[in-house]
Design a protein around this ligand. Structure first.
Ligand code: FES
Ligand code: FES
Length: 166
């Protein structure tokens, strides 16, 4: 089958490529662009490890063909930190509040939370839990992930995050 010519803006860079029509966006990102932050944790659109930002929405990139995303603006976990490497408040929050253990879900989790905080900069705990409901973590039990997102929301708003007392 012939290849299709596609163009994207990925993490701010203009990208042109040839892709087979059957190529999933996650495979294109990982195998053709060497962006191995987005992970493959299932094949059923279940886990969210492959989450990227596509034209301002969180999508599971294992469920999108690369050709369907032609012309799109895509942000992956590799595009979340500042160009000089300064961590985003979310990345700092996950580090400070132990929002990860094995880290496999973390790129998708942070990329999803990044969009969530743009949609809702001051989410309640319930809104955070609902917002990340499409992202599964097999390690942490979610409490530290939720705290990490609360930390980031507070930091981005110029406040200091105080964890709720036990
Ligand atoms: S790999 Fe895409 S949802 Fe699991
Ligand atoms: S930190 Fe291991 S799956 Fe989330």
């Amino acid at each position: 089958m012939g290849k299709s010519h596609v163009t994207f803006k990925i993490n701010g860079a203009d990208i042109e490529a040839l892709v087979e029509p059957r190529t999933l966006l996650i495979h294109f990102l990982r195998e053709q662009q060497n962006l191995t932050g987005p992970h493959i944790g299932c094949d059923t659109t279940h886990c969210g490890a492959c989450t990227v930002d596509l034209n301002g929405r969180s999508v599971k990139s294992c469920t999108v063909f690369a050709v369907q995303a032609d012309g799109a603006e895509i942000v992956t976990i590799e595009g979340i930190a500042a160009p000089d490497g300064t961590l985003h408040a979310l990345q700092e929050g996950f580090r400070e509040l132990h929002g990860l253990q094995c880290g496999f879900c973390t790129p998708g989790m942070i990329t999803r939370a990044w969009r969530l905080l743009q949609e809702n900069p001051d989410p309640t705990e319930d809104e955070i839990r609902y917002g990340i409901a499409g992202n599964l973590c097999r390690c942490t039990g979610y409490q530290n992930i939720v705290s990490a997102i609360q930390y980031a929301a507070a930091k981005l708003a110029g406040r200091t995050f105080k964890e709720a007392a036990e």
